[in-house]
Design a binder for this molecule. Structure first.
Ligand code: UN1
Length: 507
């Protein structure tokens, strides 16, 4: 995305940061273009290129708004979230269209992204009447012991472009219901969807300063969000490399840090699997969202007895996938996000071609003629006979490229499946219950599916992964996201009327 003051076409607009309840220009005065990845002649709008100055203003606004928001009873905060969920339902079609225009994924998937934000909003709103703490016996008589949650304070949320409304909602809703105030910085490729969410929140009645949005590049607007001493928590979703930089910076000022990072997810197809179903799942997992999900099925390990048939079925279907502008209802696979992504994906396709033994079985090209000329389109690409240690089977490509790896049995499939640095999602296709359960137990990952693809997690179950995918936190599911966005307070009430010493002080 170029930094420029571009000429606006009829449909584009100039957007501003939202700080302390006001829509304001970035201190730098510089704007960034946001263009449609299916057609770069379409300028979605101009968005702020913010810097530390804007972040500081947003942090100050969040600090100012915090005491009042924290003091509002949680069920009242939740009522605002219910209203927000309702607004999202009403605007779903418009928000999905905006999302496809700026992010590229097909309209059905953009509707799904908005739906995930709706689900998360209502689900979290319910927590306003729970936010449970607990009581426990004290070791002394006439003394009560209990603990309750309290907000952590000011949160910074740094979110990616592949789920530009759903992922912000995973972070924003639990942060709000717990009583925190926040600054969100959306990815520079997809700011409009997050603005849509923030505007809806403003309309629903979230008070000024509780949510602030600052847009810009990671190094200019994201980095200060990991440094500012007023911030207590950083929640980040993105690449493992960036996530680790975020964690290092956050540690310097002792911030709570929650990271969701890369994946190299595997589907294991056994010889007794329903191969039609497995091929269908593999296509959805590998090429849905053009392979740009953290949960994308980028490796398929197939039992050698089923290998030939599976590859045939998969290729047959991939050949007929319609690629194009996601706003066209017949299109099944949209563009990738930007020119850098095209470069990276083509680089990995080159690496795959150069590997001794692997075969580029289908695809492998950029589409740049006719209707594709002004977009970032890459053919769905299948590599066969891939060996587990090859780079295309080890590194996250984040594009429509899948590696098919043969295996001899379940044990080997599990070993290959676990043999990467990441640990987000995996799945097995089998009719054998024993195999399914063995794999479920043996996979060192955060999400596991039986007889379905590696994508499609629901908001009320924990989302996240092991190893290089995360740092031990989970999003989604209430208990896990509340663990991120609240801190415990232990409370002792002595009603004996005398000095009672705890056991350790009474030896
Ligand atoms: C992501 O790719 O970062 O499980 C999130 C899924 C979606 C979320 C994916 N519900 O595929």
């Amino acid at each position: 995305m170029a930094t420029a003051r571009a000429k606006l076409n009829g449909k584009s607009e100039i957007y501003k940061n939202y700080i302390g309840g006001r829509w304001v220009k970035p201190a730098s005065g510089v704007l960034m273009e946001n263009r449609n990845p299916a057609n770069i002649r379409d300028l979605v709008g101009l968005f702020p290129a913010s810097t530390a100055e804007d972040v500081d203003a947003a942090v100050n606004a969040a600090i100012e708004a915090f005491p009042k928001w924290k003091a509002m009873p949680a069920p009242k905060r939740a009522e605002i979230l219910y209203r927000l969920g309702q607004i999202l339902i009403e605007r779903k079609e418009q928000f999905a269209t905006d999302m496809t225009r700026e992010m590229g994924k097909v309209l059905k998937e953009s509707r799904g992204d908005v739906q995930e934000a709706i689900d998360m909003t209502f689900y979290t709103a319910g927590e306003g009447r729970r936010l449970h703490g607990y009581t426990t016996p004290s070791e002394l008589p006439e003394k009560m012991a209990m603990c309750m949650r309290q907000p952590v304070g000011i949160c910074s949320l740094i979110t990616p472009w592949n789920f530009p409304m759903a992922i912000p909602s995973w972070k924003m809703m639990p942060a709000l219901v717990c009583g925190n105030t926040l600054i969100i910085k959306p990815a520079e490729d997809t700011p409009l969807s997050t603005i849509n969410l923030v505007k809806a929140a403003e309309e629903a009645g979230v008070p000024a300063g509780v949510i602030n949005i600052v847009m810009g590049k990671g190094e200019d607007a994201g980095a200060p969000l990991t440094r500012n001493p007023g911030i207590r928590l950083v929640s980040f979703t993105g690449s493992t490399d960036t996530g680790r930089i975020v964690a290092e910076k956050a540690a310097r000022t002792g911030k709570i840090c929650s990271l969701e990072m890369g994946g190299k997810n595997v589907i294991m197809v056994m010889d007794d699997a329903d191969l039609e179903l497995a091929a269908e799942g593999a296509i959805w997992g590998a090429f849905g969202t053009s392979g740009q999900r953290c949960t994308a099925s980028s490796r398929i390990v197939v039992h050698k007895k089923a290998y030939k048939k599976f590859v045939e079925k998969l290729t047959g279907r991939v050949k007929s996938l319609r690629i194009g502008n996601g706003l066209d209802r017949k299109v099944e696979v949209g563009p990738v996000i930007n020119e850098d992504a095209v470069r990276k994906i083509l680089y990995y396709i080159g690496v795959g071609k150069d590997e001794d033994g692997a075969t580029l079985h289908f695809g492998g090209n950029r589409l740049d003629r006719g209707d594709y000329k002004y977009g970032y389109f890459i053919e769905p690409t299948i590599f066969t006979d891939v060996e587990p240690q090859m780079r295309i089977a080890q590194e996250e490509i984040f594009g429509p490229v899948v590696s098919i790896i043969p295996c001899r049995n379940l044990e080997e499939a599990i070993e290959i499946g676990n043999g990467v640095i990441y640990g987000l999602s995996s799945s097995i296709y089998t009719q054998d219950l024993n195999r399914a359960f063995r794999a479920m137990e043996a996979m060192n990952i955060g999400i596991f599916y039986v007889n379905s693809s590696t994508i499609g997690a629901e908001v009320h179950l924990p989302f996240g992964g092991t190893k290089a995918t995360g740092n031990g936190h989970r999003e989604g599911a209430m208990a896990t996201s509340l663990e991120i966005f609240s801190e415990w307070k232990a409370i002792y009430v002595d009603y004996s009327g005398k000095l009672q010493k705890a056991q350790i002080d009474n030896q």
